[in-house]
Design a protein around this ligand. Sequence first.
Ligand code: PLP
Length: 424
Amino acid sequence: MSELHQRHRAVMPSWLSLYYDSPIEITGGKGARVTDADGRTYLDFFAGILTNMLGYDVAEVREAVERQIATGVVHTSTLYLLRGQVELAEKLARLSGIPDAKVFFTNSGTEANETALLLATCARGSDQVLAMRNSYHGRSFGTVAVTGNRGWKNSALSPLNVHYLHGTDRSAPAFRGMSDAAYIEACTADLRDVLATATAPDVSCLIAEPVQGVGGFTMPPPGLFAAYKEVLDEHGILFVSDEVQSGWGRTGTGFWGIDEHGVTPDAITFAKGLGNGFAIGGVIARGDLMDGLTTNGVSTFGGNPIATAAANATLDYVLDHDLLSHAAALAPLVGEVLDPLAGSAASVGAVRAKGLMFAVDMVDPATGADSPALASRVLEAARERGLLIGKGGLHGNVLRMAPPLTVDAEELREGMRILADAVG
Ligand code: PLP
């Protein structure tokens, strides 16, 4: 154990060990690569944790932040008019596709979801919320309550009355072998049953990730969200799309992950990549809903001048370089390696890919059960070969990859080669 790791363990919780037995100290980065304290360089196919959407040390972002610092104005986001904040809100409102959209800035995805839940429960006058099994929305009091992926078990009390929907989780024996159409029908019937129960006439919203991030990059079948939305609309229930991982064109199928489902949400929550490493998050919602927040909607640092300088530069870069098309163009390269991996060894279960989000399930070769131990072994093997990847899934057996959106074809091929080698 390194000296820094020992000091970390003495004074901080040991979450780091969820990933690596001996965590790395990152001391530098450029593009898709980072360097550790021993001078070793790695391709980062987790982009921080999808935080460094453009990679590391991006001149446009660095210079925008430096320009802001040079003005001397580094302060709260709530007391004064901030030009960069208004400009960013205008861009996000326009990109959201939500009619009359307004934007509320936070510092993180957790706060963004907490705000969206507040917005929906206040607007509808109900603490009842629909959430998806295997979901992840944060670890605060409200967000942990709607987190289906090991969230609730850790919490003693729920501030919300939550009903979990199957959606992306097709593991129940009743669903095995079902066609997508039959599955959607079953899920919609389940939703109707939930809404028909005596305790659930006034459900406020459904919160869902179009691509479940921590859950292992799992997606519902096409058509499921549209079917859900039809039922929700009948009841006036709001739909919150958590785009903290799936936004900005990463899926290659739309600027937001929800786009390919043909559904316009009532609110979108975002964070992670927008600041390219600088902390920013927020909610974009229908103006009438957002106006209900006026007395509660204050966050001292949410949308502060540094964060919005970084976010404006990052978003402009994404749009100017059309990174959505870039993700779509690179997707076949991912498939070329990923598809043959599935079934290539008894230890490889399903593989999933959506643009530049892709995953490999590791399973026990003898039993076929999800194997977190094997996933950890591959994570370490990839690191030894110069590739950093993520882990996740309900049982911690899913290898997750989401390289910076600026990754080029050569870097992608190199990383995929290493992955295949580490898995094999
Ligand atoms: N929502 C999703 C889909 C996430 O993946 C995460 C973090 O991983 C969050 C919310 C919480 O965001 P943050 O860690 O910025 O609070």
